[in-house]
Structures are given as C-alpha cells and as structure tokens.
Design a protein around this ligand. Structure first.
Ligand code: ADP
Ligand code: ASP
Ligand code: MG
Length: 405
C-alpha cells in the first residue's frame, strides 16, 4: 500500500465525461488499497475566462479580488469529482485551499506556499476517504484567498505530497510525459523516461509549461518522487529524479521556448558608474522581473542597455522608466513585444565545449538573427523574433540530435 497524490490538469477535467474517467482512475488506485489525495485544476479554459472577466472589470485591479475570482474554477471541479467518486461508491470529500489549510504568503496572484497543515488530510486517509483538493489556491496571512500563479496546481500537488510524505506525486496531463521539446510544435520530439530535477527546473523556468517551475523546485527540495503522465492512456510517463539515477547523460537534453517575452532598449545613456543602477531602480520598485541584460558601449562615452521582461510587464516598465527620465537620463526608449526566448538545456554541457556555437551556427543557417544571449552552466538562451520560434526550435532539435527516427 502506498500514499499517492494525483493531480489532474485542465484538459483532464474538461467536461463531466472526463471527470468521470478521472474518478475511475482514482477508484482503481483506491481499491488497490492505496491512500489517495487528488489535486485538481479548473476545467480547461475556465481560468482564462475568469482572468478575462477581472481585466474587463478594471485593467488595474485589487489583487485580492482577482484571487477571489480566478480561484473559483477549481471549486467546481473538486465538487464534481467528489460527486462522481461517491456515485461509484468511493467515499470522498472536497477541500478548498483554506479548508486543508494551505497557508501562503501575501503575494496575491503569485503567492508562495508557506505551510500545509497535514492533520485534516491525515484524518481523511485514516477514515478511508479520498481527499479531493482544489489546486492553485491557499489562504494568505490576511485570511483571504491567494492563488499561486498560472499553472499553480502542479505546485499545490507537490507541496501536498511533501506535507503528507506521499510515496509519489503523479501529475496527469494531456501529453504522456516530458519530451525533449514541446511535442505540439515538434512532432519528432522524444519522450524521456527520466529527467533530472535540475534540468526540469531549468526547462520549466525557461518556458516549458508542462510543470510549473515552483513545483519542480519543491520536488527537488523535498525529494518528492514526481511523475508526469497521460490522463488518457495507461502507460508510464516521465519520472523526475536525482542526477544519480540517470545512467547516460546527454549533452543537451531539451529545447525550451517562451513566447511571452518583451525587449526594451534604453538608448543614449552616459557611460559612467551608476548608470545601470539608475536604469533598474525604477523597475525594481515597480516589482518588474528583469531577465536577460546586455549593455553595449559606444566610443563617445555613450551606452545602450537592452533587457527583457515578461510581455505583460512591458508597458509598465516603459512607463516606470519614462517617469524617471530626469534621473535615468537617456535619449529614448525602444520596446518590442514580439520576441521569443529559445533555450537549449542539459547538465551534460558542463563538461562539453561548443554547445553555444552549434546553436549560433544553426540559427545563422536559418537566417535567424540573435538579439540577446545569456548562458549558465546548464543552458544557453537567445532572444529572437517571435515569428521564427517554431523554425528555431525545430532546427535546434535536429541539430542536437534529439529527433526520434
Ligand atoms: P495541464 O492543464 O494538465 O496542467 P499544461 O497545458 O499546463 O497542462 O501542460 C501540458 C502542455 O505542456 C502540453 O500540452 C504541451 O503542449 C506543453 N509542453 C511544452 N513543452 C513540453 C515538453 N517539453 N514536454 C511535454 N509537454 C510540453
Ligand atoms: N487553473 C489554473 C490555471 O489555469 C491552475 C492550473 O491549471 O494549474 O493557471
Ligand atoms: Mg499546467
């Protein structure tokens, strides 16, 4: 007998038939004698619709009310699954975040889980009932509903698995595992049996949305055995594991892309100490996350600084800089919301040279201009025109020998 946390994403609970098939899967595990906690997303499309309503009501709105609205989708699916389970003779009850309780910090809209009190869930297991828990939400220190950022149900699931010391956390989704790149844009993408926490973390933070970044960080920290698998087929998925469990390490194990990026260039700054500090201070104050940065100096004591931000923050960033024009002192600003970040990832590149060069050669061959570059021990990222995203990902996938035959 094992203790299992099973999370089902939006497509997997997209209508009543699918919720019934989730119930059958849960019933099977329950009848095999396992203790089961289920974490659910909202039906696919619901959260987008709720976010749309909030924006329509007011472009700039109270983040606590935003959370009240967007957390609603999960309330529906947990009630429906509990009913379907009960209909099948499986004792089950639903839990909203506050009923567990899942306690978070006060960062409404992108809250972090601070603590999960396991007692209520333990009681549920002891009573022989299935706990059906709303993903994506918790309760903040202000006693208000807080959500964990888009895709946050993955994080709810892993955090619950850590809190109840589950044997495994299964993340059921609409693909049958983690692939070398998004199988929806590269049909030749290869499914991995295993991927290291470190690579999965890097892939997720560089845009691979099959797992929310924070969920991977938590799984790594608490050693939660996490599996990504299909909710439609019965077959093993991809296990996220420690590096010691990987026998043969590829140099590059995956290609990630992120389309929601924007590039801003501050033109005509004075090239002297303090300049970059002045540029980024107003952005830090506005709580805008900066990703890649390049500074290019000209020979007349002038310099330009280019950086990337999430596309949703582009206009706020421009406004914050324009408002501080007198202190920052620049000629003008350029901004471009139609860029994408493409990254190659692999722990094997630590001990291999030439990985970045191959990337630049491949993009050059396709006539794709590289606008910004950043590297770390296990990844190389470039910013390109968004229009070439699919072409770049496919070409790189082939260049690093990742295509299935
Ligand atoms: P869920 O609603 O189940 O949480 P998501 O849409 O958040 O599902 O994540 C699954 C999607 O992630 C897949 O449909 C797939 O298009 C996308 N994806 C992107 N990159 C990858 C990858 N490398 N491997 C698998 N899926 C990926
Ligand atoms: N329903 C939320 C979203 O769409 C959380 C999730 O699906 O993980 O972002
Ligand atoms: Mg998701």
């Amino acid at each position: 007998m094992a203790r299992l946390v099973k999370k089902f994403g939006g497509t997997s609970v997209g209508d009543i038939d699918r919720i019934r098939s989730v119930a059958r899967r849960v019933k099977k595990a329950f009848e095999e004698g396992h203790e089961v906690a289920v974490v659910l997303s909202a039906m696919s499309g619901t959260t987008n619709q709720l976010v749309g309503y909030a924006r329509e009501a007011a472009a700039l709105h109270d983040a606590r009310e935003y959370d009240t609205i967007v957390a609603a989708g999960e309330q529906i699916t947990i009630g429906l699954l509990s009913i379907c389970l009960q209909e099948m003779g499986v004792p089950a009850r639903s839990f909203l975040g506050w009923q567990v309780p899942i306690r978070t910090n006060d960062m409404h809209g992108a809250a972090r889980i601070a603590e999960i009190e396991p007692e209520n869930l333990e009681k549920c297991f002891k009573d022989g009932r299935v706990a059906v828990i709303a993903g994506f939400q918790g309760i903040g220190p202000d006693n208000r509903i807080a959500t964990l950022g888009r895709g946050g149900s993955d994080t709810s699931a892993v955090a619950i698995a850590a809190a109840v010391k589950a044997d495994r956390c299964d993340i059921y989704t609409d693909v049958d595992g983690v692939y070398t790149t998004d199988p929806r844009i590269v049909p030749k993408a290869r499914k991995m049996d295993k991927i290291t926490y470190e690579e999965m973390l890097e892939m997720a933070s560089l845009g691979t949305k099959v797992l929310q970044t924070r969920s991977v960080a938590l799984a790594m920290k608490h050693g939660v055995r996490t599996q990504v698998l299909s909710s439609f087929e019965d077959k093993p998925g991809t296990l996220v594991v420690g590096e010691d469990e990987i026998v043969e390490q590829e140099v590059v194990s995956g290609i990630a892309y992120s389309r929601g990026e924007a590039k801003i260039t501050v033109v005509g700054l004075k090239d002297r100490p303090g300049t970059v500090s002045h540029v980024f201070a107003p952005l830090a104050k506005a709580n805008i996350n900066i990703d890649m940065i390049v500074q290019s100096a000209a020979d007349d004591n002038r310099t330009d600084v280019t950086f990337t931000v999430p596309e949703d923050d582009m206009l706020r960033a421009v406004k914050a800089l324009e408002e501080r024009r007198d202190e920052v002192r620049f000629d003008h600003l350029l901004h471009d919301g139609s860029v994408a970040k493409i990254s190659v990832v692999g722990v094997g590149m630590r001990s291999h040279a030439g990985v970045a060069q191959k990337m630049f050669d491949t993009l050059a061959d396709k006539g794709i201009n590289v606008q910004v570059i950043s590297t770390s021990e296990i990844k190389v990222s470039v910013v390109i025109d968004d229009e070439y995203t699919e072409l770049a990902v496919r070409a790189l996938h082939t260049a690093y020998d990742l295509d299935v035959d």
